[in-house]
Design a protein around this ligand. Sequence first.
Ligand code: FAD
Length: 345
Amino acid sequence: MNLEEYRGVWVFIEQRNGKLVDVGLELLGAGRDLADKLEVDLCGVLLGHNIKDLSKDLFEYGADKVYVIDDPILEQYRSETYMVAVGDLVRKYKPEIFLYGATSNGKDLASAVATEVMTGLTADTTLLDVDLEKRLFEASRPAFGGNIMATILCKKHRPQMATVRPKVMKKRDREEGRVGELIEESISLQEESLRTKVLEIVRDTKKAVNLEDAVIIVSAGKGIKDEKGLQMVRELADVLNGTVGASRDIVEAGLIGHDHQVGQTGLTVTPKLYFAIGISGAVQHTVGMENSETIVAINNDPDAAIFNVAHHGVVADAFEIVPLLTEEFKKALQEEAKEGGVAHA
Ligand code: FAD
């Protein structure tokens, strides 16, 4: 493999039902920095049906070029079609770095493309950089249970690929009117030859927990002990119009679903306000919430590690302080509403 032939930073742009998924725009932000350092183009890869117009947004968020394949066969995500489409583009245009969002589809596609074009893949990266001297992509991620950061290199194969979780990177400010080059390609597959067919899409009717977009998260840890303690946390979240988060220990205790879990094996969140109640602050939890704008920790152990990442710490028994806080917030918000102000926490 002649590594010198591979140039450019690519981002897989995920869309669902014709709407861009935010992580693609976040990765354009991170990809722009890498491309500028390497002095190469930043390119988006956009697949789907009736999606070409989305490329305008991609240019405004930093892409120099967008490779688009607009075909009914790509309307719904399927590993097979997307892998072939992306594999063909990689073989033809030879990017040196390729980023994907660590969503269900992004993770599925990245691993399929890695086997298709015989290259490596670093999953769930949290830091991206380049060694300019060696022209190597440095993809870093927590390793050994989150206790160290490992930087993973792909020295002999191209592209150098990584998945990045949503909310870890930041979107650039939109640059209205910024334009770029649109490159339209086609896919070599026919529907009849495919092994998988989408017969029906059944949406889960259960109200989805949307922790990643929550403005206020009130998270419970093992310190809340049981269902009664969790109810106390739910009441605080309700008053603040927030969403309930959790440490892994209470998810594993069966008190709450995994879709509430924050951390290394849960979600990465960046709310304006994060309450950590009865959470010790293990690194596997803090990697998922330490970039929150304001962190308030409540713990009865003054030496708990959570206080190292908290902006405000309360050393107290959660069972005493949380109901008081709920009551005070309720009163303050009612007062604000009475005075005709907009009630907000
Ligand atoms: P504990 O560590 O038991 O802490 C409970 C805290 O509550 C203590 O600090 C205690 O002082 C306090 N407390 C007790 N009673 C009260 C009270 N009455 N009032 C106030 N405070 C009280 N964890 C995650 O959260 N998310 C992850 O994604 C995750 N991924 C992991 C991945 C791997 C590979 C591994 C090895 C571990 C992972 N963990 C994860 C687990 C993590 O290491 C910790 O075990 C976990 O976060 C601890 O949860 P906790 O803080 O709720 O419980």
